[in-house]
Write a protein that binds this ligand. Sequence first.
Ligand SMILES: [Zn+2]
Length: 312
Amino acid sequence: MKKFNIAAIDIGGTFTKMAILTNDGTFLENKKIKTPHLLPPEKMIKNIAGRIKELGKGLSFNTCIIGIPGLINSKEGKVIKASNLKGWENIELKTILQKETKAQIIIENDANLIALGEMGFGAAKNFKNFILLAIGTGLGGGIILDGKLYRGVSGYAGEFGHFNIKRNGFKCSCGKYGCLETYVSSIGVNNLYNKYSKKFSSFKVAKNEKGNINPADLFNAYKKGNTLAIKIFNEMGRTLGSFISGIANSLDVETFVLTGGVSNSYEAFINPLLNEVKKRTFPEISQNLSILKGTLGDKAALLGGLLLLKQQ
Ligand SMILES: [Zn+2]
């Protein structure tokens, strides 16, 4: 196999990961930065392009693959909407990035890239039919059927974060109410915290400068037996479990792979999740169903770009 380098970027709601890697999956350089939220979209893209060029100094690359948490028109290289990135609507990402890097640009939904990465190199290596759930700032999804990424008719399949869980639930960044990610994500952790913290006032967890709870802090509180933290993770796990059973009953896939920052607190919500899955899934389906934790962490979406390139 002829060796070449690619640049990979994964823009998240909180962090942006970037790397220069070879086409066999060896990382030559990689870096994680805070997503420069305060910059308007075009300036943010230019800023990130500058950083990837800096990272790739002395290393040649002529392809740059970029993952975005939102609705992507990958053919046109456009971001239609990324509700957890401020102002990202109808952004000509490919055009701007191409101008800045002079490389071939491929854009894709971040959870789709993570699904491909986990299939090629991680937890889903032995699976051809699975659902990837990326639980971070929001909740993204990727669908792999018969070993291939399922994009749907319009190219937007897998937006599980906006699956309605409660008709009159929390308000979502998409403008609707009761979406899955308003319960299962960093946003969800905060919504549940705000809902229950008055009742359990003696178990409060410190908020950051933005007035938000960090799921990692809540997980630490959980480990110390904090009643409020236990309640929040319990509700999150049960909500996700009931969602998973619905999808399992509908699609009869082999496994669900959970990744993303919030999945680091896996042990805090996995038991209520599994109980719910067991209770609600047809036994004929659940006997062949597993729930796994992703193994690639921050590198998943970056590696997923390599598989995407092969499939093109
Ligand atoms: Zn929504």
